[in-house]
Design a protein around this ligand. Structure first.
Ligand code: UDP
Length: 236
């Protein structure tokens, strides 16, 4: 697989074409951002950790029947993925109240939710990722009703699979963000699943093992990511 021209740079990743038009190479950067990119820092090795963590999650989900863009891990920082047409909707899945949900609904962070909460956000930093409902999705023409239903179905199933996988590793899956895209008439799970896009709490101590360490200046960001990777590799 030959790496061809640079296509796109996001906040945490770069995307390149390959000699196969149906595949892209994603390169994970050390850059870490929060608050729509206002807070930004390079954290040594973060990209390497996230590429490893996301590759393990995608491989597990693939084995459990979730269609994802992941093809294989190519190197420390690179993964080969299917060339998706990205749908600009972030699907947020929540099991425990935290972050913006805790603020918006006046819930104490850490309160378990009685049922799983799904939220849709428009992927648009300039507008601060506003929340969407199905009517907004329809009027903006972002996805068909059928596509949205499929994205929601895959998100809920992914939540079940990730929750039980992480529970075995003493990690509580508080919430996370997914993105999807179209590929040959199918909806595939795209983007990444990592401590940048999920909230992971240690099941014993409640210690944060995710990007909240960066957002809230708690320190030890990459040590926490490395601990997540260690636990994923430890339990087979
Ligand atoms: N999230 C993300 N990208 C975003 C917004 C949220 O990866 O642009 C993730 C975030 O890491 C958390 C979950 O989605 O795991 C819910 O985030 P929340 O809405 O609470 O927003 P935040 O508190 O991160 O601003």
């Amino acid at each position: 697989m030959q790496k061809k021209e640079f296509l796109y740079e996001g906040k945490a990743k770069r995307v390149y074409r390959t000699d196969d038009p149906a595949c892209y190479i994603v390169e994970y950067k050390d850059t870490t951002t929060a608050f729509d990119g206002l807070k930004k820092e390079d954290l040594v090795n973060k990209g390497v950790l996230n590429n490893s963590i996301a590759s393990l999650f995608f491989a597990m989900l693939h084995n459990e029947g979730i269609p994802t863009h992941f093809v294989k891990k190519l190197s420390e920082r690179e993964m080969l993925v299917r060339a998706l047409q990205i749908i600009p909707i972030e699907v947020i899945v929540r099991n425990v109240a935290a972050g913006s949900l805790a603020k918006r609904l006046g819930l104490t962070e850490g309160t378990p939710l009685n049922s799983t909460v799904l939220e849709l956000n428009l992927k648009n930093d300039a507008l601060h990722d506003p929340m969407l409902n199905q009517y907004h999705v329809q009027t903006l023409g972002l996805a068909s009703a059928q596509e949205l239903a499929r994205m929601e179905e895959l998100s809920l199933r992914t939540n079940e699979l990730l929750q039980s996988y992480l529970k075995k590793r003493q990690i509580i899956l508080v919430d996370f963000k997914l993105e999807f895209g179209r590929f040959k008439g199918e909806i595939l799970l795209g983007d990444e699943i990592s401590p940048d896009t999920c909230r992971f709490w240690d099941a014993g101590s409640g210690e944060k093992l995710d990007k909240d360490r960066f957002r809230r200046d708690l320190g030890g960001v990459t040590d926490a990511y490395a601990e997540v990777l260690r636990r994923l590799l430890e339990v087979k």
